[in-house]
Design a protein around this ligand. Structure first.
Ligand code: 0RA
Length: 684
């Protein structure tokens, strides 16, 4: 073992050409003591620099992982998984296993080549130590070698995970040996990489414990969050087997994902509760060479899968390097150009669209269409407010060409399906024209006129959207209390009468004619999709306030569905909130105590030392509260609780909304049962 321990204690001469000298050979060299000391000195110097780098990450974790809340905690997992996926995309790894262990540590195992263990010339450290301690070291290995695509949102590197971990351990199986290193306290190596045994397989096993000093809010991992993301990664990277396992006591579970059909299966899965127009999934794929700044030639790979269903909403989801590009970008633009061009040309040659008729619009083409666009790019540029918009200009043309030629071929080879598609699109175009007419009608009657705010709206006096809040309130009586109790300067109230229209089931013509919806559109002021303009909205907080019962949650889902379909940026940019009225009131010695959960009620009873049977009020609806109570418990910015609705996983949301609002009744029933959980996890 003694001999093996010298892996990284090699002489500087050897370090100059590490790619030619295997680590174990280096270790066997008979080195002069003096050289060893020199290497040690260099190691110490590197080490100081390295630790300064990692310290910077610990000082400002938000700069690297966005947040130290739950999303950041999970980001650590994506980071390590990305490395394994890169190894799979390079063609050397077929399986990735992720386990959540007792104590909320994470282990990621892959059967790739194993992270290099020999010296890296530039760093003077072993490959493993380089990857886990030098910021942005990941890319250096990939260049010239395999298919290295990580970057963008993830791709900050494994060293960031190490920096934010209480401890991190790596085992590498490679060249017949098992190598081990452990880091503590944000990336300090306990010992240098050493060979601890023999093996006849290859791969990398990483385990880390997020540092509770960094993740102060919580260090508890959510199985479903990890499961959902890994399922998505498996869909986006066909053939890779990804397993997720929860080993924590009492919640043991395990699921495996492997999709030979990749994104073709992904669109089928998204559409599983929708009625398809026809079962076929249209699939296009291709790659184009691209020159990197370094002069080396790499490739951009693109694939698109689409399936029509009998519904009306458009669902275009795009990805670059497995990152969901919420804000779209050049890949979506290329797709849009291609389908608009090809569909119109085909419709005209088939005389399904006459010479004197207007072109079919992109919005007509994507009505009832589910699309996955996935691009792998060696040097992605992410732009936009949330850095989820692909900016590489060359991608537009690549997508346009690939989709253009292959969609055209599909239409020519499948004339029956092509006819069905064009008929559906022509229908959508007719409905759009009818809707425009209906809208103009409503406008003429004063309904959608932005200049005339709805009479039911009690507007606030401030005109600064940043400080203005719109409360959408269920029922007229609660609306009355809210109007009376509010802060008139910044809080506006829009009461809703009964249930709003289910937009999931209605064609746009009916949607625009609906008075409640018209009122909301006018009050919010940004118009609606496809012309929705978030910069014009009149309130930066739009608060849904409904009763804490089944009807209330139904109305809430109807409203969320409406926002999701017609004003999606409101959700994407975090402008939608759910008010949290209390469930109980306890009166004791002329003082009121409010409880928002059953647990809180128990706590209050205990703290006040109340006898069993002491009366308390259970609020059945907002209407039971008077104006001052409603203000105090639910609307006062200093005291209220609100949930911000986020769109972490638009695809999950897509399924939730189709399940809840579509024709398929069973999933809706299921939801009513799971309602409590949904309300708790409003991160849809
Ligand atoms: C670069 C080169 C080689 C392997 C890897 C990277 C690698 C990195 C990670 C990160 C997680 N799992 C990984 N597996 C492999 C191969 C070097 C060689 O053997 O020639």
């Amino acid at each position: 073992m003694e001999e093996e321990n010298k892996v990284v204690e090699s002489a500087p001469e050897a370090a100059k050409e590490p790619e030619n000298v295997a680590a174990h050979e280096v270790s066997k060299m008979n080195e002069e003591e003096i050289q060893l000391e020199k290497a040690d000195a260099e190691y110490t110097a590197t080490n100081i620099q390295v630790l300064e780098g990692l310290e910077a990450v610990r000082k400002r974790p938000g700069m690297y992982i966005g947040t130290t809340a739950s999303a950041g905690l999970h980001h650590l997992v994506w980071e390590i998984v990305d490395n394994a996926i890169d190894e799979a995309l390079a063609g050397y790894c077929t399986e990735v296993h992720v386990s959540i262990n007792e104590g909320d540590t994470i282990t990621v195992t892959d059967n790739g080549r194993g992270i290099p263990v020999d010296l890296v010339a530039k760093s003077g450290l072993s490959g493993v130590e380089t990857v886990y301690t030098i910021l942005h070291a990941g890319g250096k290995f990939g260049e010239g070698g395999g298919y290295k695509v990580s970057g963008g949102l993830h791709g900050v590197g494994a060293s960031v995970v190490n920096a934010l971990s209480e401890w991190l351990e790596v085992y590498v199986h490679k060249d017949g040996g098992i190598y081990y290193i452990r880091f503590e306290n944000g990336g300090h190596p306990v010992e240098r990489l050493k060979r601890i045994g023999d093996c006849n397989d290859t791969g990398t096993i990483v385990t880390f414990k997020p540092d509770p000093k960094i993740f102060v809010e919580s260090t508890t991992y959510e199985y479903t969050v990890i499961r959902d993301r890994l399922r998505q990664v498996a869909y986006l990277n066909r053939g890779i087997k990804i397993t997720v396992e929860d080993k924590r006591h009492g919640q043991e579970q395990k699921e495996s994902f492997r999709y030979e059909g990749g994104i073709k299966e992904y669109v089928e899965w998204i559409n599983k509760n929708k009625e398809p127009l026809f079962p076929e999934v249209i699939y296009c794929e291709g790659s184009e060479p691209i020159e990197l700044a370094s002069g080396t030639i790499s490739h951009v790979y693109a694939e698109v899968a689409l399936q029509y269903n009998a519904e009306y909403s458009a669902n275009v989801f795009s990805f670059c390097n497995n990152v969901h590009t919420h804000e779209g970008g050049t890949h979506e633009e290329g797709f849009r150009l291609a389908v608009t061009r090809v569909i119109n040309a085909y419709a005209r040659t088939q005389k399904m669209l006459k010479d004197n008729e207007d072109n079919l619009a992109y919005s007509d083409i994507v009505e009832g269409l589910t699309v996955i666009i996935s691009v792998k790019h060696p040097n992605p540029q992410f732009e936009g407010q949330t850095k989820t918009k692909l900016g590489n200009f060359e991608v537009r043309k690549i997508l346009s060409q690939i989709v253009g030629t292959q969609l055209e071929r599909f239409l020519n080879e499948n004339p029956k399906l092509a006819r069905q598609i064009i008929e559906k699109i022509v229908n959508a175009a007719n409905a759009r024209l009818a809707a425009r007419k209906a809208r103009e009608e409503v406008r003429r009657k004063g309904g959608l006129d932005l200049a005339t705010l709805p009479g039911k709206l009690a507007d606030c006096s401030s005109k600064k959207p940043e400080e203005c809040e719109l409360y959408i309130v269920e029922g007229n009586s609660a609306g009355g209390s809210a109007k009376e109790g509010r802060n008139r300067e910044t809080q506006a109230i829009l009461p809703l009468r009964g249930k709003i229209l289910n937009v999931e089931k209605a064609q746009s013509k009916r949607i625009f004619a609906n008075a409640e919806i018209g009122n909301m559109i006018t009050a919010i002021g940004g118009g609606i999709d496809p012309e929705f303009d978030v910069s014009k909205i009149r309130y930066h907080k739009i608060v849904i306030m409904t009763d804490a019962d089944v009807d209330g949650s139904h109305i809430r889902v109807l409203l969320l569905t409406f926002f999701y379909r017609f004003m999606r940026p409101l959700i994407e940019q975090g402008y939608i909130y759910i008010a949290q009225p209390p469930l109980y009131k306890v009166e004791y010695h002329q003082k009121q105590y409010y409880a928002y959960t059953d647990e809180q009620l128990e706590l209050i009873k205990k703290q006040l030392n109340l006898k069993p049977g002491y009366p308390f009020q259970r609020y059945k609806g907002l209407g039971e509260m008077d104006a001052s109570q409603l203000w105090e418990t639910t609307m006062d910015p200093k005291q209220r609780k609100m949930l911000r609705v986020s769109l972490d996983d638009a695809i999950q949301a897509e399924q939730v909304f189709t399940d809840l609002m579509g024709d398929n009744v069973d999933p809706r029933k299921e939801f009513i049962h799971a309602n409590a959980k949904f309300v708790k996890n409003l991160d849809i």
